[in-house]
Design a protein around this ligand. Structure first.
Ligand code: F6R
Length: 607
């Protein structure tokens, strides 16, 4: 999704803006640009394509820009194809803006502005905002912004500059994320804190309907009536190394390796006296006893983490759990009531559909509990209760450690629900919690088995299509494995409940369709082994992921990936490692852009 940066200070800002944009590349984009105050003009340079091939080349042609403040943008095209003209910043020399989000009523705004004599160059919705600001501007930027905000419908984070207000940046947001960074004699705006970590860790979270004004004297905040307001400063507890590759070839590989530490950081602070403790967010045992149903809502990998949660809660707490894809949940009139708990899972905390699902649940009166990675994100701020997965920044578009900590959180949550509702006793709860606390060591052993995953990747890299199969918890993991592979290697794959194959999908199986079978649950092992035989007899090459000590039938399994021993219930946290690594090495062997797969954005802030 689009990324926004802005700088006001004493330094030459072109390089600062370009470097900050580079740190937002992971969000996904197809063009980039900057606009700076040079002399008494706004000077804009923007280009289609990646920063180095587009913007940087154009800047070299333009010659050095001498400016100490400006705004920058990476665009992920929604309205209008990726092109120089559709790139941001967008404006007319008097007002220039960068925008993340979607202006829903842009057609009406455009018609209105055309009737007032404005012409339009780009196909973007953003241009209507730039022109609307110009229309309302009569010397008072705050008033122009407030009037424009009154007219605009949709989601937006905006960085705005006015030629007549040299070295000043104005910023507003509704739904889309935007933070304001405070350095020593300099200030910033950015879509997220990773963009500015190299310069400062101190930042403000901009709320809806607040306007930030950054200039050489510092930062001020105003409400829409133009009254100044005070805001509390936050400090990011990540340092700049958290957002760097640290010697790994890709962020994805680094983030896979960070999983043991990330799980420790997520689980340990929520264990008190050997038992799960959710009191930090007000989710008391009494509350947990009161709910009739639990709904878990998310998108993509976050939803897959919810599937593991469902299996655990239903098994341990004997309580019904519905897992929903957020984009479906929000439009299907779900059967939630004020007696239910709606659990919202999101790494970014900004996913548009997930945020909308949360708002819907709140309207109905359900309690909402968000499990989010990005501190201060929209979902974290909207939910009744929030707990953070302390994974640190996840830069690779393909989620790995964020999924792992979401799953780890699901365990702790399931233990707590089961204990609060009297379905497991204190001793069992302590024992399970203790095993969860120790699982990072087992995950580390699994990570160390990298050669096995490289080998499997070399065997599947030329396939056109693959199947992942499993039962129960292993089926949930199959979905995550399949998503990882298709997302970054562009090989088509599908996840199937192993027993369901013969009801249609097995017709796809040929000697050219590798099958990755997951079988970590002993009660279901023989069942999955029979399904493996069925695909093997249709010619498939079979990779079996199972416990190291499990004996497999060599006549039906071509490659076995052995997992270190752990409590079977906790196996998903271990199993996900080979699935991530196989996807990773397959993508590397196929020469794919692992960290920034085509067409994808890290944080999906549009529906
Ligand atoms: C897959 C992936 C996506 C996200 C999904 C939800 O690797 O990263 O499927 O899991 O877009 O994003 P968040 O968790 O930010 O709401």
């Amino acid at each position: 999704m689009c990324g926004i940066v802005g700088y006001v200070g004493k330094e030459e800002c072109t390089q600062i803006l370009v470097d900050s944009l580079r740190r937002l590349e992971y969000r996904g984009y197809d063009s980039a640009g900057i606009a700076v105050f040079e002399d008494d003009k706004i000077k804009t340079v923007k280009a289609k394509g990646k920063i180095n091939e587009g913007l940087v080349k154009k800047l070299e042609q333009t010659g050095t820009l001498h400016a100490t403040s400006g705004i920058g943008h990476t665009r992920w095209a929604t309205h209008g194809e990726p092109s120089d003209i559709n790139s941001h910043p967008i404006g007319n020399g008097r007002v220039s803006i960068v925008h993340n989000g979607i202006i829903e009523n842009y057609r009406e705004l455009k018609a209105f502005l055309i009737s007032k004599g404005y012409g339009f160059e780009s196909e973007t919705d953003t241009e209507t905002v730039a022109k609307l600001l110009d229309y309302y501007y009569d010397g008072d930027p705050l008033e122009a912004i407030a009037r424009a905000m009154n007219d605009i419908e949709g989601a937006y984070a905006l960085g705005i500059i006015f030629r007549e207000h040299k070295n000043k940046i104005f910023a507003i947001r509704k739904e889309s994320p935007l933070i304001v960074g405070k350095g020593e004699g300099e200030s910033f705006i950015a879509s997220d804190v990773t963009a500015i970590l190299e310069y400062t860790r101190d930042y403000y979270l901009l709320e809806h309907n607040e306007i930030a004004v950054l200039d050489e004297s510092g930062i001020k905040f105003f409400d829409v009536r133009g009254e100044e307001i005070e805001k509390e400063i936050q400090t990011a507890d990540w340092d700049v190394s958290a957002a760097q590759k640290g010697g790994y070839k890709h962020f994805m590989l680094k983030e896979i390796h960070e999983q043991p530490a990330a799980i420790k950081n997520t689980v340990s602070p929520r264990v008190k006296n050997g038992l799960p403790d959710f009191s930090e967010c007000g989710l008391t045992e009494e509350r947990l006893r009161s709910y009739e149903n639990i709904y878990i809502v998310g998108c993509g990998s976050a939803m897959h983490a919810g599937l593991v949660g469902k299996a655990l809660i239903e098994k341990l707490a004997r309580m019904p759990v519905v897992v929903d894809i957020a984009s479906e949940f929000r439009y299907r009139d779900p059967l939630i009531t004020e007696k239910d708990l709606v659990v919202i899972i999101s790494q970014s905390g900004e996913t548009a559909d997930t945020l909308a699902a949360l708002k819907l649940a709140k309207q109905v009166g359900s309690d909402t509990f968000a499990i989010v990675n990005v501190v201060g994100s929209s979902i974290a701020r909207e939910a009744d209760m929030v707990m953070y997965t302390n994974a640190g920044p996840e830069i690779s578009v393909c989620s790995t450690k964020a999924y792992a900590v979401q799953v780890a959180f699901m365990y702790l949550f399931a233990f707590e629900v089961a204990f609060a509702r009297g379905r497991i006793d204190e001793e069992r709860c302590r024992q399970l919690t203790n095993e969860l606390l120790n699982i990072p060591d087992t995950i580390q052993k699994c990570i160390d088995n990298e050669a096995a995953y490289q080998f499997v990747a070399s065997k599947i890299m030329n396939a056109d299509s693959l199947l992942y199969i499993g039962r129960g918890l292993d089926y949930s993991l199959s979905m995550e494995g399949s998503l990882k592979l298709k997302e970054i290697s562009y090989i088509h794959s599908e996840a199937y409940a192993a027993g369901e194959l013969k009801h249609g999908t097995i017709s796809l199986v040929t000697e050219d369709t590798p099958v990755i079978a997951i079988a970590t649950q002993s009660a279901l092992f023989e069942k999955t082994a029979s399904n493996v035989k069925e695909v093997k007899s249709r010619g498939a090459k079979v990779v079996m992921i199972c416990a190291e000590e499990t004996a497999v039938d060599a006549s039906s399994v071509d490659y076995k990936v052995g997992l270190p021993s752990a409590n079977e219930l906790l196996m998903p946290l271990v199993t996900v490692v080979p699935l991530q690594m196989i996807a990773y090495y397959t993508a590397v062997l196929r020469g794919c852009d692992v960290d920034m797969p085509r067409n994808l954005a890290k944080s999906v802030t549009v529906e």
